[in-house]
Design a protein around this ligand. Structure first.
Ligand SMILES: Cc1cc2nc3c(=O)[nH]c(=O)nc-3n(C[C@H](O)[C@H](O)[C@H](O)COP(=O)(O)OP(=O)(O)OC[C@H]3O[C@@H](n4cnc5c(N)ncnc54)[C@H](O)[C@@H]3O)c2cc1C
Length: 310
């Protein structure tokens, strides 16, 4: 794929102007990630609906530009050099509202999990309480098969619609989504470059007060255990089979280990936090140190859960 040269930038600018697609030039990705890390993306485009998105995707393909989809940026570590291409930001107004019909809840990719959990609770539908407090969008949560406190997206997803590279909308049923621990088919080569548009969840009726009480319990646990006072991307590593990453890191005495502005949280060893001015390289150097030490002392190989761009 080509980088964004001057001519391509001019073409993209003309295209976005004609299609009225909002675009930010040389936009610092630290403004769009929960880690508050990331250099400038050549262009950040914010389509407001799927028609704009379709046209944009076709244009990007035709121009052979690099493209990255970003939801709420809460599981991303973006390079200090930035991204030489187009970031498509699926922001909240993208593609309409949450729709609840009987026990099925449909949400567009850009909706935050907080809005979706609130809508489910308001409709007296149970199932998504586990996701209360995960700071992602529906698109990112489906992509990651986000989960917590014994629940995951996989448990309640019914179908997902995505836009393929030819600009066509395709629907996948739950069993086609390849969902497993922090994995969906969208991470596989076959789906590279596609954009998740919308997801539907099959939920169950329950008394609103009971749903709210479970959401409160989950949020209280997050506040007690997680270093929410610092920028981070949540759990840095995946849970290795038969162990917990945080416990392994802790047992190796790595709590508080610091490289530049990146630190193994002193509150929760599973989180690398940005204690001030951390660079992507700081985080990468720190995670390499953690991996090496854990491997040497325990034999476990830790794998990043956080997605590194590019
Ligand atoms: C404080 C904190 C707590 C967290 N707690 C949890 C937790 O309990 N459980 C958990 O699972 N995660 C947790 N996370 C991580 C993160 O919130 C989740 O992984 C979330 O689902 C990511 O959603 P996002 O919209 O921010 O995705 P992003 O970070 O924007 O993107 C993540 C990946 O999804 C892709 N993507 C996003 N949207 C689309 C789309 N529409 N189409 C195609 N690809 C897309 C991106 O390209 C990227 O590869 C936590 C993070 C923080 C900061």
């Amino acid at each position: 794929m080509a980088c964004l040269n001057v001519a391509q930038k001019e073409n993209l600018a003309a295209f976005c102007k004609a299609e009225q697609i909002h675009v930010l030039w040389d936009e610092e990705m630290k403004n769009h990630t929960s880690f508050k890390i990331g250099g400038p993306a050549k262009a950040v485009c914010v389509p407001k609906d799927r028609e704009q998105l379709k046209k944009l995707v076709c244009f990007i393909r035709q121009q052979q530009l690099n493209v990255w989809y970003v939801g709420n940026g809460s599981n991303l570590l973006v390079s200090d050099e930035g991204l030489d291409g187009v970031v498509i930001l699926l922001d909240a107004p993208f593609d309409g509202e949450i729709v609840v019909q009987n026990s099925i809840l449909e949400a567009p990719a850009g909706k935050k999990l907080s809005a979706v959990c609130t809508a489910a609770c308001t409709a007296s539908l149970t199932g998504l309480e586990f996701a209360w407090g995960i700071p992602g969008s529906i698109g990112g949560a489906v992509y990651m098969n986000a989960g917590a406190y014994g629940g995951e997206m996989k448990d309640h997803l019914l179908w997902v619609e995505y836009l393929n590279r030819d600009g066509e909308v395709v629907r996948l049923e739950k069993e086609q989504l390849g969902l497993s621990y922090r994995h969906s088919c969208f991470m596989e080569k076959e789906y590279e470059g596609v954009c998740i548009l919308r997801a539907a969840f099959l939920l169950e009726a329950k008394e609103k007060a009971a749903i709210q009480s479970e959401m409160d319990r989950v949020m209280a646990q997050r506040k007690e255990k997680q270093p929410l006072e610092y920028p981070s991307a949540g759990s840095t590593f995946k849970r290795p089979q038969g162990a917990f990453a945080a416990k392994l890191i802790d047992d190796c005495g790595l709590r508080g280990l610091t490289v530049g502005g990146a630190q193994v949280s002193t509150k929760h060893a599973g989180f690398v936090v940005n204690i001030g001015g951390a660079t992507c390289q700081d985080v990468l150097d720190l995670t390499e140190k953690i991996k090496a030490c854990v491997k040497e002392k325990t034999g476990y190989e830790l794998e990043l859960e956080v997605k590194v761009l590019p």
